[in-house]
Design a binder for this molecule. Sequence first.
Ligand code: F6R
Length: 234
Amino acid sequence: MKIIIVENAAVGSHKAYNLLVQGLQTQARVLGLATGSTPILLYQEMAQSKLDFSHITTINLDEYLGLGPNNPQSYHYFMKQHLFQFKSFSKNYLPNGLAPDINQELQRYDQVIADHPIAIQILGIGQNGHIGFNEPGTSFHSQTHCVTLSSSTRDANARFFPNKQAVPQKAISMGLFSIMQSQRIILMAWGKDKAEAVSQMINGPVTEKCPASILQKHPHTTVILDSAAAAKLN
Ligand code: F6R
């Protein structure tokens, strides 16, 4: 893992943007994307750039079960709001939270990932060490699967909903095995609330109790932290 510590999220997001641009100058054609507050400044920079993404395919990590693309809390909506309304891509893939047959949807998404190997995967990290919606205890061998969200993740995400009760109980997430197949990974983390998870991810044992710890075994992962998120690193 390469660790980059910067003073704040704006500087860190700019670093991530530069890494992305560098990657896209090579043969990279498939970008893995995350939602949540962490990548917002990166997406803003992408949206305001002159870059042409029309040959790039995107594959998002996850979507809430039961939320459709027009629901402002859905990840489809989030991506449209922060990036897709400003930039055209070759194709944008997200799990379908309204799929009538969930098992079929999980298989469809695995096929999407198999057909479009991810060159650069953008990640945030949850306070409990989750990546995507792979909560503690998720198998390192997992592919796309249906997840019951932990209470702490629903607490953390309640800020985007009227209240915690409104946060869906379930989601579809790309699995840890699939994330690990990405050629390059850029994980960003901002703020003191992430400091413990970041320390476990980098210095802790590789254990399914901290899903992000598997990234210690990934050959090309760059972790970009602000000083608050890096505070518990020795
Ligand atoms: C969302 C996702 C999650 C978030 C994590 C951090 O697509 O994959 O793993 O990255 O929950 O969320 P924020 O960025 O809101 O702190």
